[in-house]
Design a protein around this ligand. Structure first.
Ligand code: TXA
Ligand code: MG
Length: 321
């Protein structure tokens, strides 16, 4: 039976992974946000295989990962706003949705047939080396079954796709831990499609006012921005101030007294939001496997990357309920 193969991300491993991608095979690789499951973006059969490995609906487009802004400019037509954002935030956890260039090397299935394309230049050194070695854009959704938690370690990838015949380049624990911020620049107004560690305020400091598509009640514009997503199997109880017996507690910041929880993990003892983001999916993965009645999650401040943490928690709670 096929199983994922975890491969060291040394120069030889990266070179062979690039060869596999060139030949149409899928390769999971680390980024600073979460692990991606990559395929050559111009190869429709390789890209369609990603949708089938993930059980992903074909109308939910993928992000094309590029080595640098020059590769991005071959695929899309960046305007001044896009150029400024690339300059400030690339390489890094920011995805830009831009109008597609004619004849660009990102096939229709990767874009779910849209005339726009989502582009991201990751900063993880293994991703940088892999994309440089490839010389072509790599379409990569997060390396998990559709609707499940995103993977932040090679083991999460292997455990989440146990029957997939894929290579997983091992690049340690993802430092950011939440999927990239997505901003849509294909229209006149810039729209925040998915909050992430590059915050709305960070973006507005560079390009001015942003529309927030993921504000409660807003209609989803990105096909994948439906509210049910990022689902653990155990129900989540948000903004908990205590835990009932049988519940696991996902804490944030200092605890006063005994929580009474059946198990407890702390996203950040010191109340650091970046650390909490980096730990979020790994700790949800771990508590989700424990067979608890529910996971009670303490309140997370809605500031900075806290907004993105709360976005993922609300989606997870909506789909696990
Ligand atoms: O951090 C990340 O972005 C990770 C790593 C691997 O780079 N990738 C990731 O991919 O989170 P995925 O497939 O799980 O999420 C991609 C999101 C989806 O919500 C999809 O709808 C949106 O990007 N998207 C892709 N192309 C789009 C487009 N042309 N217009 C609007 N949204 C798009
Ligand atoms: Mg995903």
């Amino acid at each position: 039976m096929a199983t994922p193969k975890i491969v060291p991300a040394d120069a030889a491993g990266i070179a062979r992974a690039a060869e596999r991608l060139r030949g149409g095979a899928p390769v999971a690789f680390p980024t600073e946000t979460v692990y991606g499951l990559g395929a050559c973006a111009s190869d429709p059969a390789a890209v369609e295989n990603l949708y089938s490995l993930k059980g992903r609906p074909p109308e939910n487009p993928l992000i094309a990962h590029v080595a640098d802004p020059a590769m991005a400019a071959m695929i899309a037509a960046p305007d001044d706003r896009a150029m400024s954002l690339m300059e400030v935030f690339w390489p890094g956890p920011l995805t830009l949705v831009l109008p597609l260039r004619d004849g660009a090397a990102v096939c229709a299935p990767a874009r779910a047939g849209l005339e726009t394309v989502a582009l991201r230049c990751p900063s993880h050194p293994v991703a940088t080396a892999l994309l440089g070695e490839c010389g072509f854009a790599v379409a990569a959704p997060s390396a998990n079954l559709s609707g499940r938690l995103s993977p932040t370690t090679p083991m999460h990838v292997a455990a989440g796709l146990p029957d997939a015949d894929i290579w997983v380049l091992a690049g340690g624990k993802a430092a950011v831990g939440l999927e990239s911020t997505i901003v849509d620049l294909s229209g006149e107004e810039a729209v925040l499609l998915r909050p992430g560690s590059v915050t709305a305020e960070d973006l507005e400091a560079v390009i001015g006012p942003l529309q927030r598509a993921s504000a409660p009640g807003a209609a989803p514009k990105a096909p994948g921005q439906l509210s049910a997503h990022y689902a653990p199997r155990t129900p989540l109880r948000l903004n908990a101030t205590d835990a009932a017996p049988g519940e696991a507690l996902l804490a944030f910041g200092p605890l006063f007294g005994d929580s009474g929880a059946a198990a407890m993990l702390n996203l950040s003892d010191g109340g650091d939001l970046a650390q909490a983001a980096a730990n979020l999916f790994a700790m949800l993965h771990e508590l989700d496997g424990g067979g608890y009645e529910a996971i009670a999650v303490m309140p997370i401040p809605e500031e900075g990357i806290g907004a993105a943490i709360n976005d993922r928690l609300r989606r997870a709670a909506a789909s696990s309920a």
